[in-house]
Design a binder for this molecule. Sequence first.
Ligand SMILES: [Mg+2]
Ligand SMILES: [Zn+2]
Length: 239
Amino acid sequence: MSKQLITFDFDWSLSEQDTDRWVFEVLDPKKRRQMKSLKSTVQWTDLVAMKMKELHADGITREQVEESLRQMPFHPAMKRGLINLKERNKDIDLVILSNSNEVYIRTILEHHKITHLFDSIITNRASWTEDGCLDLKRRVDPNGEQHKCVVGCSPNMCKGEELERYVESKGGWSNYKKVFYVGDGGNDYCPLLHLRQQDTALARYPRPLINRIEKEGNLKCSIVKWVGAWEIEEIVDQL
Ligand SMILES: [Mg+2]
Ligand SMILES: [Zn+2]
């Protein structure tokens, strides 16, 4: 049991922005504003899917969307830390567990030439249609069986169930001597409930995850607060 696992949320954790919102801030801020009021009534993944269809109808191209993603801030220290880590230590699995989508995440990782570092990318399903429209779908099909989360994950995906499924596919928790979880959002609280005493939650400050941890507690793992990606680099440099 020498293996370790680091699970990364993507928006505001592995990266320095929120992919869904960023694309609209760059390409159509009016839609970004509309989404702010619609998000209380439309499930977020469905809302992004709907607004991306509108963006396409307005004439915004696949290339423009991809370019906006390539411009999205990504901290050089995060990149450097993870590249060095994987070169030095082959016994670490890196996984992305995100409410963004396959297209956005892969576009950004490929731009930074770091796709190969990750063992798995667990996120919403997405692809480009032939005429360049993003076809985005919830990870959990709304017409199929729904997840059973009771701590507040959105219907599109329960990060706790997904983490559990991933760890199981790797031979179970006993296969990992230590698991880290890097997150910032309220929906990163659920997977932390699955971590053990020897595991560590790396919770970004000041973001909603910290508030949930302080309010709801109930975690077995240790908690380390961080603000800048350079602090994550400091931690992975020790592994
Ligand atoms: Mg996040
Ligand atoms: Zn959940």
